[in-house]
Write a protein that binds this ligand. Structure first.
Ligand code: ZN
Length: 224
């Protein structure tokens, strides 16, 4: 009798182990990251979804890339016109409230991303690179709609510790931006938590995503 229970437990354990092995890299929609990759057709769509399963072509460069006012950016940084105007409004109002929100990384070309990713692999190994950097064509920085920000503590890596972080969490959607890679959603977005990375999607969608705690992937699934 005891042996039977032991055997039963053993098989259950074995099945769980196999299940764990097969599901650990699968996101909630059942697609493996960097597998079954779709080439994006409507690249200029403000709600374009760029991730590990949706890729921009090497030749894609957004139209209407414009320079952000250097008061709100570190050196020369470019975003698409609509995102640039929204970001400047956001930074201007943050400034009025005693906050400093500066764009440190915005539009990045396919080639730039390729070198960046290779650098991560070289310095930290492929496993880590895959978690925190995107392969070329899979970075939404190529859309000209994404912005990495830093606060008054002067380091985007430490943005979560800056006083600007909570202001940004509560207000970014009012200007059309979402925190793109939230904590706890890594299996959906495919990226580790990035408190500094914001994405422009427009005020109405951003507000829904903020209120319902949805990633862009989940929003697309529900409303897109
Ligand atoms: Zn980023």
């Amino acid at each position: 009798m005891k042996l039977k229970i032991f055997k039963g437990c053993y098989y259950i354990f074995l099945i769980l182990l196999i299940l764990l092995f097969y599901t650990k890299d699968i996101n909630l929609f059942g697609k493996r990251f960097y597998k079954n990759i779709k080439i994006i057709q409507k690249e200029e769509d403000i709600l374009v979804l760029v991730n590990k399963n949706n890729k921009l072509t090497k030749s894609y460069v957004p139209t209407s890339l414009v320079k952000i006012n250097t008061k709100y950016a570190h050196k020369e940084k470019y975003l698409r016109l609509e995102a640039k105007e929204a970001f400047e409004r956001l930074s201007k109002n943050a400034y009025k409230n005693g906050m400093k929100i500066i764009a440190v990384s915005t539009y990045r070309s396919f080639d730039y991303q390729e070198n960046l990713f290779k650098g991560y692999v070289k310095d930290f190994g492929k496993k880590y690179a895959l978690q925190c950097s995107a392969k070329p064509g899979h970075s939404e920085h190529q859309t000209g709609l994404a912005v990495d920000v830093m606060g008054s503590n002067g380091d985007y890596n430490l943005f979560e510790e800056a006083k600007e972080f909570s202001w940004m969490r509560e207000n970014a959607h009012k200007y059309g931006f979402i925190l793109r890679y939230p904590k706890g959603k890594e299996k959906i977005t495919g990226f580790k938590y990035e408190p500094w990375h914001y994405r422009y999607v427009g005020v109405y969608p951003a507000t829904i995503m903020y209120q319902e705690n949805l990633t862009l992937e989940e929003w697309k699934e529900k409303y897109g």
